[in-house]
Design a protein around this ligand. Structure first.
Ligand code: ATP
Ligand code: MG
Length: 429
């Protein structure tokens, strides 16, 4: 027997019963982004490997361990995008979208790929909505991004379920000075660190702050903190962000250990976290990356952005039972037709109703069937009305309009009056 075909581990089908929740979340967010003047950009899923190696940085988990990299038939090294920022910056540069200092506020949505250990809230194909703003160096836009996400949480009922963690990484010089101090401190305690952290001492020492290992965390208690190394300009920038969050009434926790997994951040970094999803608690993460555009070959261009994990947010909405109850909207009307002539008339009538009643959700019976079987299908569809069309109705150019969700009587309605009749019925219910 041949092995049955299955999806790749960690890459999920999103089934019809789940897609309404996804569409609800995505459309709420997209409407909100429209309202703040962010424009959509659509980017390729595959890029040259070099883009991520340079943009995200060697020594990061993503580049060293998590990328799906392969050679195409022309022996080019390509990678399924593990995140969206690098590709977005590449596109902005390639098309001159941020040239001459022009402001760009962009968003994108779609699948990302990382070879991780699949578990609840962590997959190998997952989805992000990402937002990036270019050529805005001030703290106002950092705050705007956070205010915007806060509005989303309020809108979908998550305001009490998430908290904001905030930090500033300072300038790249300040970060380098801090890195040296941290390395000097940890070098003296090298033996007490876990293996991963020992390896990171040479590749990416700031990431040690992020370690989940208890022994390592114990060592870190006395370590120098990033906050003490902030340069004056970054300190002022950070004050500017905090003042705006205070003005907007958004609570935050300063977390000096928040460094983020990707290498390109400077100054503001933030994460929205929840304690309702176990270990995979970060639902949205972002920060400022003023050095990235020049790292990828462009003129120095300030940038700041965030990415949300769509699976984790949907999971959170399901866990907390916050999804609106009417997401799986049933049909309004189901048309039953009996016999060839009635079927033809039903088709033209259905198309006419679609023209005349905007937004009508109409199911036209397919596959024929007896009165009993069609009626059963109409009932099962969840439709509010069944429209019945047989030889008698055809002869007198009417349909039987039968309410399916209450006991009221079936009415006979002339074809020409049907659109108006249905519109009125549906509006009142
Ligand atoms: P984590 O620490 O959870 O691995 P990260 O720092 O690697 O996250 P980012 O690169 O900042 O994550 O991605 C932004 C968001 O995308 C995360 O906060 C999370 O919500 C989501 N995300 C990241 N990796 C995955 C994954 N493998 N599966 C599902 N969602 C993910
Ligand atoms: Mg990760």
């Amino acid at each position: 027997m041949s092995k049955s075909l299955q999806a790749i581990r960690g890459m999920n089908d999103i089934l019809p019963e789940q897609t309404p929740a996804w569409r609800y979340l995505e459309s709420t967010l997209v409407n909100l982004l429209d309202g703040y003047g962010y424009k959509e950009i659509r980017l390729p899923i595959v890029e040259y490997t070099e883009l991520f190696a340079r943009g995200i940085g060697e020594g990061t988990d993503v580049v060293d361990k998590e990328m799906y990299t392969f050679r195409d038939r022309n022996e080019e090294s390509l990678t399924l995008r593990p995140e969206g920022t690098a590709g977005c910056v590449r596109a902005v540069l390639e098309h001159g979208l941020a040239g001459g200092g022009q402001v760009q506020k962009l968003w994108y949505a779609g699948p990302m790929f990382r070879y991780e250990k699949p578990q609840k809230g962590r997959y190998r194909q997952f989805h992000q909505v990402g937002v990036e703003a270019f050529n805005l160096p001030g703290p106002d836009v950092d705050a705007e991004l956070i205010v915007l996400t806060w509005r989303l949480w309020k809108k979908i009922g998550l305001a009490d379920a998430v908290t904001l963690q905030l930090n500033s990484l300072g300038s790249s010089e300040a970060r380098a000075a801090y890195r040296d101090a941290l390395v000097a401190y940890l070098q003296e305690r090298f033996d007490q660190l876990d293996e991963d952290s020992q390896r990171r001492m040479t590749t990416n020492p700031l990431r040690i702050l992020d370690s989940k290992n208890e022994a390592t965390q114990a060592v870190l208690v006395g370590a120098p903190t990033l906050g003490d190394y902030l340069d004056e300009e970054s300190r002022q920038h950070f004050e500017g962000v905090k003042a705006r969050l205070d003005a907007a009434g958004i609570a935050y926790q300063i977390n000096h250990k928040l460094v983020r997994g990707l290498d390109y951040y400077n100054r503001t970094v933030f994460e929205w976290v929840t304690d309702k999803l176990g270990a995979q608690g970060t639902v949205c993460a972002g920060g400022r990356y003023d050095g990235l555009v020049s790292m990828l070959g462009g003129k120095a261009t300030p940038g700041v952005g965030f990415a949300m994990g769509v699976e984790r947010l949907v999971l959170l909405l399901e866990t907390l039972e916050l999804l609106p109850s009417d997401l799986n909207q049933a049909a309004d009307v189901y048309i039953c037709a009996f016999g060839e002539a009635a079927e033809l008339a039903a088709l033209t009538l259905a198309e006419r109703l679609r023209d005349e009643v905007p937004g009508l959700r109409l199911l036209l019976n397919s596959g024929g069937g007896s009165f009993k079987s069609q009626f059963k299908k109409a009932d099962k569809s969840g439709a509010r009305y069944a429209l019945i069309l047989g030889d008698d109705e055809l002869a007198s150019r009417v349909v039987g309009c039968k309410p399916l969700r209450d006991d009221s009587e079936q009415q006979s309605v002339a074809w020409d009056a049907l659109a108006e009749h249905l519109a009125a019925c549906l509006q009142h219910a």
